[in-house]
Design a protein around this ligand. Structure first.
Ligand SMILES: C[S@@+](CC[C@H](N)C(=O)[O-])C[C@H]1O[C@@H](n2cnc3c(N)ncnc32)[C@H](O)[C@@H]1O
Length: 199
């Protein structure tokens, strides 16, 4: 459940109708087997970060996750990275995302890859993770913190749900010296309206 206007604005920025059905229609038109898709079939549309599946696989190797690890993907979108972790390493991944439409589409696409025993979706806010303490072997996140102002609370929540000795793997956009930003950027249409481009 989305509780503030600001969170709703973020979800609205990403959600575009029935995204799952639209993706399947486009893949069918491209001749893909929509009842038996692979993560690579979906990679052009479900890896929503710079360098797409290449970056996901690099992070997978850097993180040195072990087979069967339990992973929380914070702001995991349509679940593309989660399906790579599941198919290549047998990880059990929970995708947490603010956008309900992304969670629904993610479930649909996961079923079409046969990975539903490994990848599940939960709508929610990264600042108030709906999981008990010490629930996961690893927390994973790619390109979601740009929409989140309170970084301390974000990383506090990630630390809370990690088991002792667990890993945080992240691939994020940071402000650096490249200011001011030139809008639009993928995560925000304007600088001040909506006011949530927090890198
Ligand atoms: C650029 S997309 C990246 C999606 C995914 N990590 C990937 O790399 O394919 C950013 C995602 O962060 C999610 N997001 C933004 N703010 C969030 C929040 N406060 N809690 C949970 N998810 C959030 C958005 O809904 C969106 O799906």
């Amino acid at each position: 459940m989305i509780t503030t206007d600001k969170l709703q604005q973020v979800a609205n920025h990403y959600e575009r109708g029935d995204v799952g059905a639209r993706i399947l229609a486009a893949l069918a038109a491209a001749g893909k087997p929509v009842d038996a898709l692979t993560p690579d079939d979906l990679a052009p549309v479900d890896q929503f970060h710079i360098r797409g599946p290449l970056a996901t696989r690099e992070l997978l190797h850097l993180a040195e996750l072990t087979e069967g690890s339990t992973v929380l993907d914070v702001g995991g979108g349509l679940g593309g990275p989660a399906r790579v972790l599941a198919s290549e390493l047998g990880c059990h991944v929970t995708v947490l995302d603010l956008a309900e439409a992304f969670c629904q589409a993610g479930e649909l696409l996961t079923a079409r890859t046969g990975l539903q025993a490994f990848v599940t979706f939960r709508q929610g806010n990264a600042l108030d993770l709906p999981f008990p303490d010490e629930s996961f072997d690893a927390v994973w996140t790619q390109h979601s913190s740009m929409n989140i102002e309170d970084k301390q609370q974000l990383y506090r929540e990630m630390a809370r749900v990690l088991r002792p000795g667990g890993k945080l793997a992240f691939n994020e956009i940071l402000a650096g010296a490249g200011q001011p930003l030139h809008f639009p950027v993928p995560w925000a249409s304007h600088a001040n309206n909506p006011p949530w481009a927090y890198i």
